[in-house]
Design a binder for this molecule. Structure first.
Ligand SMILES: Cc1cc2nc3c(=O)[nH]c(=O)nc-3n(C[C@H](O)[C@H](O)[C@H](O)COP(=O)(O)OP(=O)(O)OC[C@H]3O[C@@H](n4cnc5c(N)ncnc54)[C@H](O)[C@@H]3O)c2cc1C
Ligand code: FES
Ligand code: FES
Length: 504
């Protein structure tokens, strides 16, 4: 690549400007090296930054953060010292899921699937391919958005949330009692039990029914939990009658919501009874589940070790340097862009889409909604579709970023599991089947399809639609796009033989 991170003026003059960063107040980055550090900073006013999808939106909406504390490296775990946030493990009768574990990992993790397949299935419904690979369990819970799914799912499952405090102590609480501005470390979910989750009426109402609790999402400012589970349907009926008035808004009146809560709860109760019945009939398969090693420390023990404040060392408060105006603070970021090093020095608020368009002068990455919704800005970060409008440039430090301009990389004979290698064939199929009109959405669609075909060489139509429904196209009506992806899959199978090892 001929462009470097420092000669952006000519590219800016060429018109490849993105406004994704405009309106974001400057902020600093604080890299915590322990859970106590992170807890101290957050208690002092810094914002946790996990996947960063909501954080980016809050900042774009005009909120100001004195500093962000990164809790995870998308696709690659958590920073050193914060490893517990990225852990999934078995404890004594519980499954621990760290706060920085992504939606995609909860859906596919072997421990979760073996012990709480109901949770994995419920998590499968969250977001789209970009959101699932970036958004985290903790970010979803701590965004305190009434429409998000993690709260009702975990509340119904009887999860206990674990928070770290600035003084090195920890506290536990139920989902509905979670505090703001505290570091969520993770949650413990009883291994025994099943939930049934129905979000088919979102954004009117969502309902999760577990063995002990019924949880209602979307209908109140915060998840509403009825402490009576599927074991006692009559008691649930009484509790439903005593519920306060739900929200009335543009989606539904309060009266309609109340009616639908009742419909959905009854439907889920019935389904729960049937699910538990069939689980009991299949009990013999349970012995195959992985169990916790006898000597393994529980998550609570690990947490005590990780958060205990060293003797004589007071918990930190937000240092002055971080609280000040950070407008001129640039940080060095080492990206590999389309196969070549692309080192830049950029302010923490620079969005990846700005780096790509304004600094690198690559105009194939488009900006549509600027809210992580439409997919026009999709790039591949370490082979995973990523919304560059909602990813800060520093999140790509040490990562491989591919844009639509990267199709030349396929000519190097890259292995077939490489999305760059699938790009030209997908491009050929889009052209051959006229799968575009104005072309604004096309780079994002082609990159998403390339990532899909690098993982699944023979995807069925449901899988194709599942991956592509996160990329909005206002022109084609999608059928030709879907057919183009299927044609590209067939061509790749002919060219490269059997499918590579499939990863979900
Ligand atoms: C197009 C689109 C579709 C979506 N669809 C769905 C859907 O179907 N269902 C659904 O539930 N959600 C959906 N979402 C929301 C999405 O799941 C959340 O945006 C995401 O989970 C937030 O996770 P994050 O890691 O990016 O959070 P971040 O943006 O990093 O954080 C969110 C908030 O939580 C705080 N925070 C993060 N981690 C911690 C922690 N460990 N301790 C304390 N505070 C913390 C942050 O400071 C911030 O205030 C959708 C979003 C988009 C854009
Ligand atoms: S512009 Fe990034 S998802 Fe729409
Ligand atoms: S081809 Fe025009 S938006 Fe998709």
């Amino acid at each position: 690549m001929s462009t470097t991170g420092t000669d952006s003026d000519a590219q800016t003059a060429a018109g490849l400007i993105s406004r994704s960063h405009l309106g974001i107040e400057p902020f600093s980055l604080y890299r915590a090296d322990s859970l106590t550090d992170a807890a101290s900073m957050i208690a002092s006013g810094a914002w946790a930054h996990a996947g960063g999808i909501d954080v980016a939106q809050r900042l774009r909406d005009g909120e100001a953060a004195p500093a962000l504390v990164p809790l995870c490296k998308p696709g690659r775990g958590s920073p050193d010292g914060l490893d517990l946030l990225d852990e999934i493990s078995l404890g004594d009768g519980v499954l621990f899921i760290g706060a920085a574990v992504t939606h995609a990992r909860i859906e596919t993790d072997q421990l979760v699937r073996a012990h709480r397949p109901d949770l994995a299935d419920a998590w499968r419904t969250i977001g789209n391919v970009r959101i699932r690979s970036t958004g985290t369990m903790g970010g979803n819970l701590m965004a305190f958005d009434a429409g998000y799914d993690a709260a009702p799912i975990l509340a119904a499952a009887g999860a206990s949330l674990i928070f770290a405090d600035a003084d090195g102590s920890q506290r536990r609480c139920a989902v509905a009692d979670r505090p703001r501005d505290r570091l969520l470390v993770g949650c413990e979910i009883p291994l025994a039990g099943r939930i049934v989750y129905d979000r088919s009426l979102k954004p009117v109402v969502s309902v999760a029914v577990g063995d002990e609790c019924v949880a209602i999402g979307c209908a109140y400012q915060e998840v509403e939990v009825l402490p009576a589970g599927a074991t006692d349907p009559p008691e649930v009926g009484v509790a439903l009658a005593e519920l306060p008035d739900p929200i009335g808004d543009a989606f539904a009146s309060a009266a309609y919501r109340r009616r639908m809560i009742s419909v959905l709860v009854n439907r889920c109760l019935q389904s729960h009874i049937e699910t538990v019945g069939s689980d009991e009939a299949e009990e013999t398969g349970v012995s195959a589940r992985p169990t916790a090693p006898a000597s393994a420390p529980s998550s609570a023990e690990k947490l005590r070790g990780d958060t205990a404040a060293p003797a004589g060392r007071p918990a930190k408060t937000l240092p002055d340097a971080l609280a000040g105006d950070a407008a001129d603070d640039s940080i060095d970021i080492a990206i590999r862009l389309n196969g070549e090093p692309f080192p830049i020095s950029a302010p923490p608020s620079e969005m990846l889409v700005d780096t790509i368009r304004t600094r690198a002068g690559l105009g194939g990455t488009r900006v549509g909604c600027d809210q992580a919704v439409c997919g026009a800005c999709t790039v591949l970060m370490d082979d995973t579709p990523t919304a560059s409008c909602s990813t800060f440039a520093w999140q790509t430090d040490g990562r491989e970023v591919l844009t639509i301009e990267a199709s030349h990389m396929a000519e190097t004979g890259a292995p077939t599991a490489d999305p760059a290698a699938t790009l030209p064939i997908v491009q050929w199929a889009f052209a051959e089947l006229s799968a575009f009109q104005c072309g604004y959405c096309t780079p994002g669609l082609i990159l998403t399809a390339s990532a899909l075909l690098a993982r699944h060489r023979d995807p069925d139509r449901t899988t194709v639609c599942d991956w592509l429904d996160s990329n909005i196209c206002r022109c084609t009506g999608y059928l030709m796009v879907i057919e183009a992806v299927e044609a590209a899959a067939a061509a790749l199978r002919l060219e490269s033989g059997p499918a590579p090892d499939e990863t979900p």
